[in-house]
Design a protein around this ligand. Structure first.
Ligand code: 5GP
Length: 235
């Protein structure tokens, strides 16, 4: 396996080509950012913690019939994935009102959302990831109406599966963000599922157990991430 300059460098992960044209190498870095990159730090082991949780959840979803880009882990921060042509739409599923939903709409923080609410954002830091709708997605050629329906259905199935898992470790799955991409004719779940992309609240204390600890200086970020890894994977 050869490694050179990344073909893509995101805020927390770098993507490299591999010798196999149907595989890419994703390196989870220790960089952590918030507010579209305005707040930035490097926290030791953060990449390993997020990679561990992502790999664990991708495997669990695959076992339950969800198609993802996950192939295997190479080492604790290196994930081998299928190459995807990413669709620049963040698919957010919300079970409890929090974050931007509470900032922008008259929901009370902590209010249960039943059925869950799906929010679609256009992934573009410079524009601060504005909310997008089905018509704009179709007009921009990102997805067809049928593909949007397929992605929303997958997101709700993923929500059911993740909620079941997260419930068992004493956490509420408040909300999370997914990204999908094209692999040939298929649309696969890509990116990561980690403490950076989920909002998790402890069922007893209601304490944040996710990137909100970093965003809003709520405590020891890496101790929190380590605790989620321990509860979820037993390590
Ligand atoms: P909100 O819209 O409340 O900011 O975020 C809703 C959920 O999606 C949260 O769990 C949040 O972590 C995740 N999310 C939204 N936008 C992003 C993003 O640009 N990057 C990451 N990693 N997660 C996001």
């Amino acid at each position: 396996m050869t490694e050179q300059e990344p073909i893509y460098r995101g805020k927390a992960k770098s993507v490299f080509r591999s010798d196999n044209p149907d595989e890419l190498i994703v390196k989870f870095r220790d960089d952590i950012t918030a507010f579209d990159g305005a707040k930035k730090d490097e926290l030791a082991r953060k990449g390993a913690y997020n990679a561990r949780v992502s790999a664990y959840l991708f495997r669990y979803l695959e076992e339950n019939g969800v198609s993802t880009h996950f192939v295997r882990m190479e080492d604790e921060t290196t994930m081998i994935v299928r190459p995807l042509k990413m669709i620049p739409v963040e698919v957010i599923v919300r079970n409890i009102a929090a974050g931007s939903l509470v900032r922008n709409y008259p929901f009370e923080e902590g209010a249960p959302l039943n059925p869950p609410v799906i929010v679609l954002d256009y992934k573009d830091d410079a524009r601060h990831d504005p909310m997008i709708n089905d018509e704009i997605i179709v007009a921009l050629g990102f997805m067809t109406t049928g593909e949007i329906a397929e992605v929303k259905k997958a997101a709700l199935k993923i929500n059911d599966l993740l909620k079941e898992k997260i419930d068992k470790i004493g956490l509420d799955l408040v909300d999370f963000k997914l990204e999908f991409g094209r692999h040939g004719d298929e649309i696969l779940l890509g990116d990561e599922i980690s403490m950076d992309s989920m909002r998790l609240w402890d069922k007893k204390s209601h304490a944040s157990m996710d990137k909100d600890v970093y965003r809003f200086d709520k405590g020891d970020v890496m101790a929190t991430y380590a605790e989620v890894v321990r509860r979820l994977t037993g390590e």
